[in-house]
Design a protein around this ligand. Structure first.
Ligand SMILES: [Zn+2]
Length: 102
């Protein structure tokens, strides 16, 4: 079973991994995206609870128009985002939060 010598000739062209490096970096190198490491505020602070009765707490996670801020922005983990979404819906239901502010 030493059939290994099968000369496989695929694309003879050699323009494979020739990646051009961006030249001319500025002397004062700054990070283009200053991304602060976000940690879920609920995970970080155990005393912070997702409470639908607490619109102030939820105010951080909704826009001024009443829309939910995506967890990418707020840094809330998926687990807590879920709970938060539920809480926000409940809060809306009892008119603590607006559905949509126009
Ligand atoms: Zn979390």
């Amino acid at each position: 079973m030493s059939d290994n010598s099968e000369g496989r000739k695929d694309n003879g062209g050699g323009s494979g991994g020739a990646r051009r490096r961006p030249m001319g970096g500025p002397p004062g190198f700054r990070r283009p995206f200053f991304r602060r490491r976000k940690v879920c505020p609920f995970c970080a602070d155990k005393s912070l609870k997702i409470e639908y009765k607490d619109p102030k707490m939820m105010g951080r996670f909704i826009t001024e128009r009443g829309k939910m801020v995506p967890s990418r922005i707020t840094g809330v983990c998926a687990q807590h985002q879920r709970g938060l979404a539920k809480a926000i819906k409940q809060a809306r239901h009892i008119a603590l939060l607006p559905f949509l502010v126009k």
